[in-house]
Design a protein around this ligand. Structure first.
Ligand code: SAH
Length: 213
């Protein structure tokens, strides 16, 4: 089993300080990121680069998000401990680990079985709890709805209706929308059930794909 070391801890702290100086997130989010050993989510050949602000390939042709993207999305989500949060696109489980470290009740969906198995193993290894599902993120997790927050970590061609329906009134969804590259969009569900959208900037995620069936 691989482990955390003072060298990785030092590199991680530097990365978090860099993300803070660039204004990506508040101390609350960066402290959570500082507690998650990102290198363990990567193949050993990438360990020495894990604390650079870079995306890396993971299994099933997917990627781990840039740390700056994880910081930014986590900040935009405005979570507090105990909130129910739905994540679409678990991948290797890094963003999931950061959200659980922030104290939320996490529900996360992934369509690649290999990554569901890998991320389950990783979260367990780190002692972090999440409800994980192998399935299609376009459908969300209706059994556990409504959610205080929804975070989509793959590029959505459009905002899935099922996800809007599963957002609590007063809730926030952060979703990169677009084909190819995307715009990060914040959607708030108002107390009367209407939605307010705000475009926040450019994003570049792997695409959100339709069910394989
Ligand atoms: N949250 C991850 C990012 C993973 S990359 C991190 O912490 O790094 C995006 C992930 O979305 C990929 O693993 C991909 O398989 C997944 N994905 C793509 N389309 C999906 C869909 N329709 N439903 C669920 N997951 C999907």
């Amino acid at each position: 089993m691989h482990s955390d070391t003072p060298i990785f801890q030092g590199q991680r702290k530097q990365l978090c300080e860099h993300l803070k100086s660039e204004g990506y997130a508040s101390d609350k989010v960066l402290d959570a990121m500082n507690r998650v050993p990102r290198h363990l989510f990567l193949e050993s050949g990438f360990h020495q680069h894990a604390y650079q602000d870079k995306a890396f390939p993971i299994a099933a042709g997917q990627t781990i998000s840039h740390p700056s993207t994880v910081a930014w999305q986590s900040e935009l989500l405005e979570v507090s401990p105990g909130m129910k949060v739905l994540e679409i696109g678990t991948g290797c489980g890094y963003q999931a680990a950061v959200l659980v470290e922030l104290g939320v009740k996490l529900f996360t969906v992934e369509r690649q079985k290999e990554l569901v198995d890998f991320s389950k193993k990783m979260l367990k290894l780190l002692g972090l709890r999440a409800e994980q599902k192998f399935g299609d993120g376009f459908k969300g997790m209706p059994v556990f709805a409504p959610f205080d927050r929804i975070i989509v970590t793959c590029g959505a061609p459009y905002v899935p209706k099922a996800l809007l329906a599963q957002l609590k009134e007063g809730g926030i969804m952060i979703i990169p929308v677009g084909e190819g590259t995307q715009k990060m969009v914040k959607i708030q569900k108002m107390p009367d059930g209407s939605f307010v959208q705000k475009v926040l900037g450019d994003a570049a995620f792997v695409p959100m794909l339709k069910d394989k069936e």
